[in-house]
Design a protein around this ligand. Structure first.
Ligand SMILES: Nc1ncnc2c1ncn2[C@@H]1O[C@H](COP(=O)(O)OP(=O)(O)O)[C@@H](O)[C@H]1O
Ligand code: SF4
Ligand SMILES: [Mg+2]
Length: 448
């Protein structure tokens, strides 16, 4: 149950709970969520809460974010995670730079210029996920956590779409919806023109080859009882795919591709460092040559020194394999290096969507401006204390979000209109959309 749900239940005087009771998950839950989804249990995977990330440490997220479901660690998950991760890997294997990528099958896709002319790989319209809050023995619904509330965006082949926003704003939920590890309660998701919003697990199966997810926690997402070979070959087993030359040879090729050694095939996750484990997660995600990779905070759990290596690896693999990425992060410092276009989320809504240059040079939403002011810049002369916008107050509850503009309780530009009318996400210049009644840097007179 989320913190917000708890607060609500406190007020109601009776225990209230969300539909998604947090079930104990094993370490390796993320992998298993993916596995079970592939094995035809996507519904459970979604409704279980999931478990996919319940073992993730979320401590890196912005502290004043709305209560995150991920912060509730089921005891068993914590235990299993403990089992799985001695503080210091007993026999850490040396980190190797990524091997040069050599994949004959790879056809690099062009990066999108977001001109809107090409067919998107992924088309999301009105995407909504409300988690019901129920009360009493009869589980009467008394409210809902509006985790994702009517968002629209496209992802073009070959591009990297960054998704940024404070903890609890719905990023992970969105990631699980577009990979169909969870089922939306409203809106549509189209992948390559096919509506996958409510496809049954069986019908989702072919799509699961093309859409893969990388999770935040390289510790929790690998099953500690499986060898690296077993983990990376799981997708082949689940999809019944026999690569040319056999699974073992292909897995060893993948290990090399992500900068590990083919000899690591028989080793176990605990023998590897955080960065190496994330490389293993990437190898697993790439096994079936997916078209779209959704990475949920792929480097947040890693040491800063390792983050750049993993980001560079992902970048190289994208060019070589023609991958399309959706990369989720809670701050703009990772996102700015990897993204072609950026979506800024706040309390389940998209507040701004623009290409990277436009977003950084002319941010239009006050929230984006505040987020950007928090990104450290190396040149201290360029950033004085005055530049930093400190947002007042906490992120409001997604159970009962503010009327009109959801950001109005923290916005220094809020007016009466902001209280009464929700600002639609509109395009103010080429490819730059914003949901604000009084945007910054707006082109033309009288708009700001
Ligand atoms: N399974 C769930 N049941 C109930 N509430 C949930 C569940 N998953 C997420 N939430 C709530 O939805 C909101 C968005 O969560 P999440 O998508 O994890 O945000 P983010 O990834 O941006 O931190 C949070 O308030 C969280 O508590
Ligand atoms: S609509 Fe109003 S409250 Fe919302 S961000 Fe714009 S100015 Fe601020
Ligand atoms: Mg998250």
């Amino acid at each position: 149950m989320s913190e917000n749900a708890k607060k609500k239940s406190g007020k109601a005087g009776e225990p209230a709970e969300t539909e998604q009771t947090r079930e104990p998950a094993e370490a390796g839950a993320a992998a298993e969520a993916q596995e079970s989804a592939e094995a035809g249990a996507a519904e459970e995977a979604g409704k279980g809460g999931e478990s996919a990330e319940s073992a993730e440490p979320d401590g890196a997220d912005v502290p004043d974010g709305a209560a995150s479901a991920e912060s509730e660690q089921p005891a068993e998950a914590a235990e299993a995670a403990e089992d799985a991760e001695p503080a210091e890997p007993a026999e850490a294997v040396d980190e190797k730079p990524a091997a040069p990528v050599a994949s004959a099958a790879a056809v690099p896709a062009p990066r999108s210029d977001a001109d809107g002319v090409r067919t998107p790989l992924l088309r999301v319209r009105g995407l909504t996920r409300h988690f019901p809050i129920t009360k009493g023995l009869l589980k009467r619904q008394v409210g809902a956590v509006q985790a994702v509330d009517g968002i629209d965006f496209d992802v073009y082949p070959g591009e990297t779409l960054g998704v940024v926003g404070e903890s609890g704003c719905g990023k992970s939920t969105m990631g699980r919806l577009i990979t169909r590890l969870d089922e939306p309660t409203g809106g549509t998701v189209e992948f390559e023109g096919q509506d996958i919003t409510h496809l049954s697990p069986g019908k989702l199966r072919p799509m699961r080859r093309d859409v893969q997810m990388i999770f935040q926690d390289p510790y929790g997402s690998l099953n500690p009882r499986h060898t690296i070979g077993g983990i990376v070959s799981t997708p082949f087993r689940l999809q019944g795919v026999e690569p040319e030359g056999g699974v073992k040879k292909e897995v060893q090729r993948l290990l090399e591709l992500v900068g590990l050694s083919p000899e690591h095939y028989n080793r176990y996750p605990h023998e590897f460092s955080g960065g190496q484990r994330q490389r293993i997660g990437i190898a697993r995600a790439l096994a079936l040559k997916p078209k779209l990779v959704v990475a949920d905070e792929p480097v947040s759990a890693l040491d800063v020194s390792i983050q750049a290596q993993v980001v560079n690896l992902m970048d190289d693999l994208q060019d070589e394999l023609g991958l399309t990425y959706v990369i989720i992060a809670h701050d703009l410092s990772v996102i700015r290096h990897v993204s072609d276009r950026i979506v800024v989320m706040y309390l389940g809504k998209i507040v701004e969507l623009a290409d990277r240059t436009s977003l950084y040079t002319t941010p239009m939403h006050p929230y984006t401006k505040a987020l950007m002011s928090a990104v450290p810049v190396p040149d201290t002369k360029r950033r004085t204390e005055r530049d930093r916008i400190l947002l007042k107050g906490d992120v409001p509850s997604p159970i009962n979000p503010p009327s009109g503009c959801r950001f109005r309780t923290r916005c220094w530009k809020a007016t009466e209109t902001c209280t009464t009318t929700e600002p639609p996400l509109v395009s103010l210049k080429d490819g730059h959309k914003v949901a604000c009644h009084h945007p910054e840097n707006a082109p033309g007179p009288g708009t700001a």
